[in-house]
Design a binder for this molecule. Structure first.
Ligand code: TXA
Ligand code: MG
Length: 351
């Protein structure tokens, strides 16, 4: 059974550090979601990450560093724009792709010539990185294709049954959605491979008019970032994502065909319903359970509650979860991305 470690007890933290140094995978808190960490530069230490998560080896890992100075040992040809982005947004939820050096094992990058690096804004994680003096690879601490964990208990629920050794409890994660992943395509063009906790508006504001920011669409074929896999973040209960009126009509028609009553389903609302008629009608239907992520329409509040609430709904005996969308701005983009992919069936491993 996985051990819950108290981050305030230095002996417990030291135990976690010793285990990491010995090549074990330990779950750690970050400001976004909990990560399953192991020594990034030691291929043998990375193997348990893939095994515990049932993660395919074609999906590369993010490497976590204590400050931008550590990038030098992992990456080459660091550009002025990459330097400016690190200066501005680290520590914080921005993952940047760099040209990798040979020191980074191929397993870490899934054979790619690029390594994804970030500096997490979490004091516990940073302290561990500093003490270890080695970078840590850490994907979200969930089984592949499932909902990311935002509390230590969620991590134990996800990975405990599969042999996780321990999780350091740092309380609930602050932002609740994963980091924004970007690739600098040229000094004039930045691609967002995964919308996340750093909003595109903030990035745009920093990049200014002369640098184009493009959102890469969810790929169908060869993937620039496998996190773009359309099916991801899936609850066990089927989820229907309802961002607009046509999806609303389609879902109700499907429920009628399948003889499903909303009284056996749960509704997940990001904000209170808008003035649009279909939106109010959807909200007014008789639901077995309903959850509202943010009463005052704060995308920050909604993002931090999103995964925990999806997990809660997934524990309830309902036939379907119906999820409304956020306004497509700020963290709303990341929320909608996760909800849309939670509604696509297929990538989740059999539990
Ligand atoms: O907030 C976060 O980023 C969390 C915390 C734990 O740091 N980590 C996280 O890791 O979300 P993971 O493995 O669940 O998602 C990493 C994403 C995936 O979409 C992966 O495909 C992409 O980053 N990625 C990692 N390395 C890459 C690379 N070399 N090239 C392209 N995409 C990469
Ligand atoms: Mg993940």
């Amino acid at each position: 059974m996985a051990i819950l470690l108290d981050a305030n007890h230095s002996s417990q933290l030291n135990w976690a550090i010793a285990k990491l140094r010995a090549g074990l995978a330990i779950a750690l808190p970050t400001e976004t979601v909990y990560g399953l960490a192991a020594l990034a530069l030691d291929e043998k230490s990375l193997t348990p990450i893939f095994a515990l998560k049932a993660r395919p080896t074609f999906d590369p890992l993010i490497v976590h560093v204590p400050h931008s100075g550590s990038v030098e040992m992992l990456a080459q040809n660091v550009s002025p724009l990459q330097k400016r982005l690190m200066e501005k947004f680290w520590p914080g939820p921005l993952t940047i792709l760099f040209e990798k050096k040979k020191t980074v094992p191929d397993l870490c990058t899934a054979g790619s010539a690029y390594v994804a690096i970030r500096c997490p804004a979490n004091e516990i994680f940073l302290k561990i990185l500093r003490e270890l003096a080695q970078p840590l690879a850490a994907p979200s601490a969930n089984r592949f294709g499932r909902i990311s964990p935002t509390t230590a208990l969620d991590v134990i629920e996800e990975l405990g049954p599969y042999g996780l050794e321990a999780v350091v409890d740092g309380g609930p994660c602050q932002s609740g959605v994963e980091s924004t992943v970007i690739k600098i395509q040229s000094e004039e063009r930045v691609a967002v491979l995964r919308p996340g906790a750093l909003s595109l508006e903030e990035l745009k504001k920093f990049l200014g008019e002369k640098i184009e920011l493009v959102l890469e669409p969810v790929a169908q074929g060869a993937l620039e970032s496998p996190g773009q896999l359309s099916s991801h973040y899936a609850p066990r209960c089927p989820l229907s994502y309802v961002p607009d009126e046509s999806a609303y009509v389609e879902v109700l028609a499907r429920f009628a065909r399948e003889n499903i009553s909303t009284q056996d389903c749960a509704l997940l609302e990001v904000y209170p319903p808008s003035d649009r008629e279909w939106d109010r009608n959807l909200s007014a239907l008789p639901w077995k359970h309903r959850v509202l992520l943010s009463k005052n329409a704060s995308d920050q509040e909604a993002a931090s509650a999103l995964f925990a609430q999806l997990r809660s709904l997934d524990r309830l005996p309902v036939k379907r979860i119906v999820a409304r969308s956020a306004a497509p701005q700020g963290l709303g983009l990341a929320i909608n991305d996760r909800l849309k992919r939670a509604g696509v069936r297929g990538a989740s491993p059999k539990m």
